[in-house]
Design a binder for this molecule. Structure first.
Ligand code: HEM
Length: 472
């Protein structure tokens, strides 16, 4: 047995020696090519698990902290099954976003395609993306020019506050989700909250969202498989609405986004339904989270909350009793805009985006090899102490005089900049308007925003609320 074992052992040792030599030569070659430093972690999994390890979303997390201090703001790794360049560098992030489709391309992991669908805007590239995007942008221009859209948002915010009148406690994230969902289904499909189709879409949507953040394995019964099926059901519901709307006689149009979409002849029905899903998806979780983040951080910053209140009291005083908020009011909400910007910076709703290099790219002396994944990490720039003084501190006044600023990219940038950034901000501003005038609040127990990397308050941000006596 002993004599059999020796040749076997020498083959194994020789194999290991060759592997080591091969990896060493490879790594030296890579350094010579000026690849950023870094480590590739375990075979196949690479460093994915450490990269995704949950952390407070107002911090960059231990993975980025360790890697940035060891290798600098740009480093290489192996994530989601691909060789990857991770960028925590403001200039490289901007360069990647601005060079979409020239040097880099949007590239979300395959399981996300399964859930979003092959026609989702986050999946398609090239002319297909341009076509869908120009129509999505028409939504943004429509609602700004129509005061009734803004009145609708205002009405939904008032009705949310009314529904709290007899309550002492709310799970705030549930409330903001309801609000932002009602706003978006009204804007896109003209559905009211109490309509059965709204409830049906919402139920399927909740299943869909759970799957989006779950482990992507398609076995019946798993959250991922349920999400893929929920998406198919939402598609069917929206498809039926498209058919019904088509049968409507001329002059019965509702003037919503679905009408804009139906009047378009260049898109197939499948593309129209997919676009509606993209907007419902984009407009729901992110916006409700922004409101929760603003409320969470404001509670920890009484002077900022006081300033906000003063601004909204002044706006209310200028308006007739029962008069709805409009675009001019929004434009005058400077303190509110600063609060929103700061909640976006500190809360980091979208921690990073997925891109891949289309060719070898050289930037600041580094090589980004063709075909590699590139992840611009927004949170690292938002919390970079060389760009923001005391970055972990919530300080809305840092935005005074800097409404647009390249030190922050919460909505991405370049040709894929979020088409509805302004809509999300208006919803948040109107919601805050009514909240600060009508209630005082305090978090019940401990809760904080965690980046999974999808940001979530683990307990849904339970708030103890109390109506204000001096309500205007
Ligand atoms: C606070 C709220 C929001 C945040 C932080 C946010 C963030 C983002 C980011 C970072 C991207 C770029 C993704 C990438 O480059 O890969 C994006 C794209 C997108 N967002 Fe938003 N978003 C928000 C609200 C909304 C709303 C309200 C809608 C729809 C009504 C929406 C619809 C979309 C769509 C359709 C895209 C894809 C754009 C494209 O690929 O051209 N988002 N969003």
């Amino acid at each position: 047995m002993g004599s059999d074992f020796l040749p076997f052992l020498s083959v194994v040792l020789l194999g290991l020696a060759f592997t080591f030599l091969f990896l060493h030569v490879l790594s030296t070659k890579q350094q010579q090519r000026n690849l950023p430093y870094g480590s590739m972690g375990w075979p196949f999994l690479g460093e994915t698990l450490s990269f995704l390890k949950p952390h407070n979303s107002n911090t960059i997390g231990t993975f980025l902290q360790d890697h940035c201090s060891r290798y600098g703001k740009v480093f290489r790794s192996h994530l989601f099954g691909s060789s990857t360049i991770i960028s925590c560098d403001q200039d490289l992030n901007a360069f990647v976003l601005q060079n979409e489709e020239k040097l880099f391309e949007c590239s979300y992991p395959k399981p996300i395609h399964g859930i979003l669908g092959k026609l989702s805007m986050l999946v398609v590239v090239g002319n297909e993306h341009k076509r869908l995007r120009s129509i999505a942008l028409s939504l943004t221009s429509t609602w700004k020019s129509k005061p009734e859209y803004l009145h609708d948002i205002d009405k939904q915010a008032i009705s949310a506050m009314e529904s709290w009148k007899k309550r002492e406690e709310v799970i705030f994230c549930d409330e903001t989700r309801k609000f932002s969902f009602n706003v978006i289904v009204k804007q896109i499909l003209s559905l009211e909250p109490e309509e059965p189709q709204t409830t049906k879409i919402l139920e399927d949507f909740l299943t869909f969202m759970k799957g989006l953040v779950s482990f992507p394995i398609y076995i019946p019964g798993t959250p991922y498989a349920k999400a893929v099926r929920a998406r198919a059901r939402i598609s069917t519901t929206v498809g039926v609405m498209v058919d019904e709307r088509r049968k409507m006689v001329e002059g019965q149009e509702k003037g919503d986004f679905l009408d804009v979409l139906l009047s378009n002849t260049s898109l197939s029905d499948e593309e129209k339904v997919s676009l509606v899903l993209d907007l419902l998806l984009g407009g729901y979780e992110t916006t409700s989270l922004l409101m929760a983040l603003a409320v969470y951080f404001l509670e920890r910053s009484p002077p900022a909350l006081e300033q906000l209140k003063v601004e909204h009291q002044a706006i209310r005083k200028r308006k007739e009793e029962g008069e709805h908020l409009n675009w001019e009011d929004y434009k005058q909400m400077e303190v509110t805009q600063n609060v929103i910007n700061e909640a976006l910076r500190c809360g980091n709703i979208v921690k990073f985006v997925h891109r891949k290099a289309l060719k070898d790219v050289r930037f600041k002396g580094y090589l980004i090899p063709s075909g590699w994944k590139v992840l611009p990490v927004f949170s690292a720039v938002h919390l970079d102490p060389s760009l923001h003084e005391n970055p972990s501190e919530f300080c809305p006044s840092r935005w005074v005089g800097h409404m647009t600023c390249k030190k922050m990219t919460p909505f991405g940038g370049g040709p894929r900049l979020c088409p509805a950034a302004e809509l999300a901000k208006v919803e948040t501003a109107f919601f805050l308007h009514h909240l600060v005038l009508k209630y005082r609040w305090r978090t019940k127990g401990e809760d904080y925003p965690v980046a999974f990397p999808y940001v979530e308050f683990q307990r849904g941000l339970p708030l103890l609320i109390e109506p204000l006596e001096e309500e205007i």
